[in-house]
Design a protein around this ligand. Structure first.
Ligand code: NAI
Ligand code: 2OP
Length: 310
């Protein structure tokens, strides 16, 4: 009988621990939770393992500070990083998280050379570049999670606006994970009908803007942290698509090599996601306005990437 898959989640904070919980409770894979803080991943890992008899799953969950325990992972999720502190500029955060992502990816890739990496740490698209370089993995095995989350937010707002089930709402948000993200309303549908045919243009615009501010809206409410339930659910969806080879069409940050007219830059686009990771970039036609917005978003990512140390 085949053994369960193994997923390492680096960073046992809000997003990491909640992602570990989802993976284990779905019985999808054994989970190794890693953090730099001693005791934190061990404590959360033990707590999650002790929930198993009640939840009714057999996945193993452990916590560790030692990358040896992560060896042979099928998927490695990177959530380790700092939140922006008062007095810290965006660039300070970029440099600090780049250092963290580089070191954890180097350590994890050394012992799991065949793993697929899912990067979550912000600034997302720039951190994908760091992970790609640090791992030396091919682009098929380095993916960023943001588009699934941003699209989930857009779907939520559309469903609430129209009073319909979220299940019947599909949406695509492309571009970088930031203010310049590109919610594609023309491709966002309720039971196959584009929302541009169901809502006045001003309402569509308002939903797009709320989506682009979705992360900030939660931060403003929480005050001491950022969103983690929807980010963890979105990361889980990617892990599930990979381990169960589902060929899901999901917006993910991937290294574009000419697709959508972009070269050597991680940006969010729809892809076919399966056991091979990025199996195909799912190219769609953009209008000239959509293309302009996408190019602006890609330029914002490029600006951050240029600031990264070589
Ligand atoms: P958190 O602060 O709760 O957890 C971060 C964890 O990383 C902490 O436990 C910390 O000890 C750990 N850590 C720091 N340096 C480390 C190292 N060198 N090795 C191992 N662990 C280390 O933060 P949260 O809420 O879990 O967010 C994590 C990251 O994910 C942040 O950068 C956040 O901005 C980002 N994020 C990205 C989203 C996206 O859509 N891509 C959505 C939500 C969060
Ligand atoms: C979010 O969108 C903080 O990137 C994070 O919630």
């Amino acid at each position: 009988m085949a053994s369960r898959a193994k997923v390492t989640v680096i960073g046992a904070g809000n997003v990491g621990a909640t992602t570990a919980q989802r993976i284990a409770e779905a019985g999808l894979a054994d989970v190794v939770l890693v953090d730099i803080v001693e005791g934190l991943p061990q404590g959360k890992g033990l707590d999650l393992a002790e929930a198993a008899p009640v939840v009714g799953h057999d996945a193993q969950v452990i916590g560790t500070n030692d990358y040896a325990d992560t060896a042979g992972s099928d998927v490695v999720v990177v959530t380790s990083g700092l939140a922006r502190q008062p007095g810290m500029s965006r660039d300070d955060l970029l440099m600090k998280n780049a250092g963290i992502v580089r070191s954890v990816v180097e350590a994890a890739a050394r012992v799991s050379p065949e793993a697929i990496l899912i990067v979550v740490t912000n600034p997302l698209d720039a951190m994908c570049h760091v992970a790609h370089r640090a791992s030396g993995f091919p682009r098929e095995r380095v993916l960023g999670m943001a588009g699934v989350l941003d699209s989930a937010r857009f779907r939520t707002f559309i469903a609430q606006e129209l009073g319909v089930s979220v299940e019947d709402v599909h949406a695509f948000v492309l571009g970088g994970h930031g203010d310049t993200m590109v919610p594609l309303s023309r491709y966002s549908t309720v039971a196959g009908v584009p929302i541009t045919e169901l809502l006045p243009a001003a309402r569509v615009r308002a939903l797009e803007e709320r989506t682009a501010n979705g992360g900030a809206e939660v931060v403003a409410l929480l005050k001491t942290g950022s969103a983690f339930y929807a980010p963890a659910a979105s990361t889980f969806e990617m892990v599930d698509a990979i381990l169960r080879d589902r060929k899901r069409v999901l917006p993910c940050a991937v290294l574009l090599q000419g697709e959508f007219g972009v070269h050597d830059l991680f940006v969010g686009v729809p892809i076919v996601l399966g056991r091979g990771g990025l199996e195909r970039v799912f190219e769609i036609e953009l209008t000239s306005d959509e293309r302009t917005a996408f190019e602006k978003s890609a330029a914002a990512v490029e600006e951050l990437v240029q600031k990264l140390p070589a």
